[in-house]
Structures are given as structure tokens and as C-alpha cells.
Ligand binder design. Structure first.
Ligand code: AMP
Ligand code: MG
Length: 397
């Protein structure tokens, strides 16, 4: 067996570098900037009011309450060339540009207009700049807005839209193929000895959850020729291929046999539980992840190897889930076996501490515990974590 870190480094070292391209802003969510973005416009582009109210000269409010002559109304989207003179006020709506002469805004709640709407009584004294949003207060023209390597979230998309950046230089999106292998698997109603293929759907969902497009490469029997054809087709069409099943010690585990023949592969026994067997390598330059078949193992293997590798191919520098230290409620039992265990746990937060408890049956076919899990507790080799003991947890969501 090899340590997790060695297997992970092997995989990450062999994944291709991210490929830069230009995409429409609408398709950029979750992608990583391949270069810095600069602002060619200021945001806001002009001084404007943050409140509905009256634009005034701050000096005129000294000794409030004071009466000022109302000289017009300014809606958002319109511009006034009428100056607000001494003793005057202009009614103004949120977002409207400050009229010339005015240097402050009094919110409408602190004013009252005369019945004939000619005079406004301002109830409070306000300083220069009161409720004024200055040009460039969010972004100055010419400044760097986002550095290369920024992962674009919804707010980044909003900022880019605010400076008119409709296409962005990012690392390209990935399409990743998913293939199931096993004579016992069916897509329809299982017959005697057969089960439904669930890994394909779970792995496609894991990809989608990571912002990656999954490509369904289907289900193939434990047959060398069929497996070879499916992997070659997937490698030609996709940026990476994920298979499940056929990498263990069974008589019909042909995935590792095929990969050995057609790829630059390494078959590893990683000192972890679940997900000990892993085949990884390149087929015609395309990374292929041969994940184990047990449903929990394939998902954990995706988490530990495929997800960080694919994130690196998308240009991310942060590849890992957050890890926190938690208190174990009820303990997490295990026996020494030379492996690090990843237990499926539910995670809560109470009185300033994370707390974990088992999410259910911990065998690698018990997928319902994976569904209930918020995290994977990392249990080092030994006798497990006692009730109330501390354990490191990798947060899955
Ligand atoms: P294998 O790694 O091919 O020996 O498979 C290990 C276990 O996982 C066996 O019990 C398989 O039936 C099961 N298994 C393999 N692939 C899938 C799949 N796609 N969906 C559900 N179970 C699977
Ligand atoms: Mg199998």
C-alpha cells in the first residue's frame, strides 16, 4: 500500500495544465480567470444619491430646521444642468446624478414639503457628502479588478457586468466522461443476481456539483474489448474519463488490465478505507481515473483524487475541501489496519465547536450513509476516536 499523499501527488503531477480561452460572461460562473481583469470604467460612473430626498448645499442646512426653495425633481436616469443655488433644494431619487451646486442629500424622511410644493423644510443639519455615492467609490477606472486565478462566483459575474466586461479570459470548461463496468449491472429491471447501476448517476452528479459537464459513456460488461472501445472513445471525446468497477482483485476486473495495455498507467493500492484500489494514467494524453466499484468507494475516490485533479485542470489553486477539527459524539470505532479511514459523518456546530456523529452504516456498499453525510471524518490508523475525542473532518458541503 502507498500513502494517500503519494497517490494524490502522482495523480496531480500527471494531469494536463489548464487551457486558456475566452467565454461569454453568461457562461463564466465557476471558471477561473486566466489573466487579470482591469476596469476601463469607474463604478459608480458619476456622483449620485444613495437616498430618495433632496439635493442641497450642506452649508444651507446649518441651524436646521430651515426652509429651501424646491427647484425641480430629478429621477434616476436623468441629468440636471440646473444648478442648485444658495437657499435651494432639488427633489432627487436614488441613483440620480447629483445636480451641479449640490453637495449633500437629505433623506426624504427628514424633510416636509409645503402644501403647494414650493418650499421644503429640512429638519436636520447634514455634512458635505451626506448620502452621496462618489464616482469610483466601488472601482476606479484603470485599477485591477480581479487577479488571475480568481474563481468567478455570482458576485464576480455582477462586478464584471458592471464594468461592461461581456467576455472573459478564463481556463476552459471541462467535459468528463463517466463509464460503468460490470456484468451484474443493468439500467432496467434487475434479473436474478443483477443490480442497478448507480455509480454512473452518482459520479455524473458529483461532476455537475463541481461545475463540470458530465458525459455519459454508458455501461459495459466485464469484457476486455468492450471496455477498451468505451475508454478509447471516451478519451478521444472528453477532457478526462472516469470509470468505476473492475480495478480490484477479482477474476473479471478487466479495467486495470485494459488500462495497463492501452495507457500509461499505474495501478495503486492506497492506504485508505474505503477506496483502496485506484488506477490512474493517461490514454492518448487524456487522464483516466479507474475508480473502485463499490458505491461509497467510487464517491470517496472521486473526492480524494478526481475532484482535486479536475479542479487543477480548471486552473484552480485551492483543490481541497475545507477541513475542520470536530468533537466526536458517540466515538468513531475502528481497528488498526495500516490505513487512514474516511468515515461518513453528520456535522453540526454547537457552542463554538464542530461536532460529528456517524451518518450510518460504514461499509462501502452502504450508500445511504454517504447521502446522510456532511463530511468525512479522517481517522488515523489505530483504535479509533473515543466519545468526546477530537477528529479532523473534511467538509463535503
Ligand atoms: P468491482 O470493483 O467491479 O469488483 O465492484 C465492487 C462492488 O461494487 C460489487 O459489489 C459491484 O456489484 C459494485 N458495483 C460496481 N459498479 C457498480 C455500479 N456502477 N453501480 C452499483 N454498484 C456497482
Ligand atoms: Mg466488477
Amino acid at each position: 500500500m502507498i500513502p494517500l499523499e503519494e497517490a494524490r501527488a502522482y495523480v496531480l503531477d500527471r494531469c494536463p495544465a489548464p487551457v486558456a480561452g475566452v467565454v461569454d460572461l453568461r457562461g463564466a460562473l465557476g471558471l477561473v480567470l486566466s489573466g487579470p481583469v482591469g476596469a476601463v470604467e469607474a463604478v459608480p460612473p458619476f456622483d449620485n444619491t444613495a437616498m430618495d430626498g433632496f439635493a442641497v448645499r450642506a452649508a444651507d442646512t446649518a441651524g436646521a430646521p430651515v426652509g429651501l426653495f424646491i427647484v425641480g425633481t430629478l429621477a434616476a436616469g436623468s441629468v440636471s444642468d440646473r444648478e442648485v443655488g444658495v437657499g435651494e433644494a432639488m427633489r432627487i431619487m436614488t441613483g440620480a446624478p447629483m445636480p451641479p451646486g449640490a453637495d449633500a442629500v437629505v433623506m426624504v424622511e427628514r424633510t416636509s414639503a409645503s402644501a403647494d410644493d414650493t418650499i421644503v423644510t429640512v429638519e436636520i443639519e447634514v455634512p458635505v457628502g451626506n448620502h452621496v455615492r462618489c464616482a469610483g467609490e466601488d472601482l476606479r477606472s484603470g485599477q485591477e479588478v480581479f487577479a488571475a486565478g480568481t474563481v468567478l462566483g455570482p458576485a464576480h459575474i455582477g462586478v464584471l457586468a458592471s464594468i461592461g466586461c461581456r467576455s472573459v479570459a478564463v481556463y476552459r470548461h471541462l467535459r468528463v466522461g463517466v463509464l460503468s463496468t460490470g456484468d451484474e449491472l443493468v439500467t432496467g429491471t434487475p434479473g436474478p443476481g443483477q443490480i442497478r447501476d448507480s455509480n454512473r448517476d452518482a459520479l455524473l452528479a458529483l461532476l455537475e456539483d463541481s461545475g463540470i459537464t458530465g458525459v455519459d459513456l454508458g455501461l459495459v460488461a466485464d469484457d476486455e474489448r468492450e471496455i477498451e472501445q468505451a475508454i478509447l472513445a471516451g478519451a478521444a471525446d472528453c477532457d478526462a474519463v472516469i470509470t468505476s468497477g473492475g480495478v480490484s482483485m477479482g477474476d473479471f476486473d478487466y479495467v486495470k488490465v485494459v488500462l495497463n495495455r492501452i495507457g500509461d498507467m499505474r495501478w495503486m493500492q492506497v492506504a485508505i478505507r474505503p477506496a483502496k484500489p485506484l488506477a490512474f494514467g493517461l490514454v492518448d494524453g487524456t487522464p483516466v481515473f479507474g475508480l473502485p466499484g463499490n458505491p461509497v468507494s467510487s464517491m470517496v475516490s472521486f473526492e480524494l483524487f478526481a475532484r482535486p485533479a479536475l479542479l487543477s485542470m480548471l486552473g484552480n489553486t485551492r483543490l481541497d475541501r475545507l477541513r475542520v477539527t470536530a468533537v466526536s459524539d458517540g466515538g468513531l470505532g475502528r481497528h488498526p489496519d495500516g490505513k487512514v479511514h474516511f468515515a461518513r459523518v453528520m456535522v453540526g456546530y454547537e457552542n463554538g465547536r464542530f461536532r460529528v456523529s456517524t451518518a450510518g452504516g460504514q461499509h462501502s456498499h452502504q450508500l445511504s450513509a454517504m447521502a446522510a453525510a456532511d463530511g468525512l471524518a479522517v481517522i488515523p490508523d489505530g483504535d479509533g476516536i473515543p466519545d468526546g475525542g477530537e477528529v479532523e473532518v473534511l467538509l463535503l458541503r
